[in-house]
Design a protein. Structure first.
Length: 243
């Protein structure tokens, strides 16, 4: 009997998670019987050591640990090093290497959303680990970006006016605002200045169309949620774990 390879997702809270059901379906469709994938809600990042000691082969990392996991790793991929955030960890012979497959998934999604359109400037709402992947990808794509946060060291939400909105035609929400069950929330930006020249990308995928995306769509903007990004980053993680 083959040894079961153990994979999973760490984060907190994990009230709803795409990954376990996605990998379960993937394993079934591909007749993979020697792997399992589970959710591990950790209230403190220090609990990850106990998980590692159980013989994990790899795991994904989500909010709020994409940056906090780094001190526990032995090595980082070039992209993860540049981004400063990790969402995939591969464990080989007790050594942990961190990767960022969010960047891979996000780049694919943004190229699909923009569909050849020329965008010069973007607003990134939020400054966490997912935001860092966005900063990296937009730089790679040659799109100037500006961070928006409640923290006054960045552009704050109340500083976004008609001129700022007109100049930044791509707006990416990396915050959890609007995620089920809090579907009546959205980032506090002046939606009245949205036009059909705007593109909106929301990392939120549950619900499929967040209030943030709905408001853009109502003004004629092209929109996309984070589901295809999740599919791509998960497939890339599986590729890393099996190389």
């Amino acid at each position: 009997m083959r040894k079961i390879r153990k994979y999973g997702l760490i984060g907190y809270p994990l009230t709803y998670s795409f990954s376990p059901s996605y990998f379960a379906a993937k394993f079934e469709a591909s007749d993979i019987g020697d792997a399992e994938y589970n959710s591990y809600p950790l209230s403190d990042i220090g609990e990850v050591q106990g998980l590692i000691d159980k013989g994990m082969s790899g795991f994904n990392v989500t909010i709020p640990y994409k940056e906090q996991i780094i001190p526990y790793l032995d090595e980082l991929s070039d992209a993860a090093k540049k981004i400063g955030a990790v969402n995939t960890v591969h464990i080989v012979n007790g050594k942990l290497k961190g990767y960022n497959t969010d960047a891979y998934g996000l780049e694919n999604s943004l190229y699909s959303l923009l569909d050849g359109a020329c965008v010069e400037k973007a607003l990134i709402l939020g400054t966490g680990g997912a935001s860092k992947a966005c900063q990296y990808v937009l730089t790679q794509m040659g799109i100037d970006w500006q961070l928006v946060s409640r923290n006054p060291q960045y552009l704050t939400y109340d500083q976004i006016d008609e001129e700022v909105m007109a100049a930044h035609t791509l707006i990416i929400n990396t915050t959890p605002l609007g995620t089920s069950p809090d579907i009546d929330t959205c980032p506090d930006i002046p939606y009245e200045y949205i036009s059909d020249a705007h593109f909106a990308f929301d990392l939120v995928y549950n619900p499929k169309k967040s209030l943030f995306l709905t408001r853009f769509e109502e003004q004629g903007s092209a929109i996309m949620n984070g589901l295809s990004m999740l599919h791509d980053q998960a497939d890339k993680a599986w590729e890393i774990w099996n190389k």
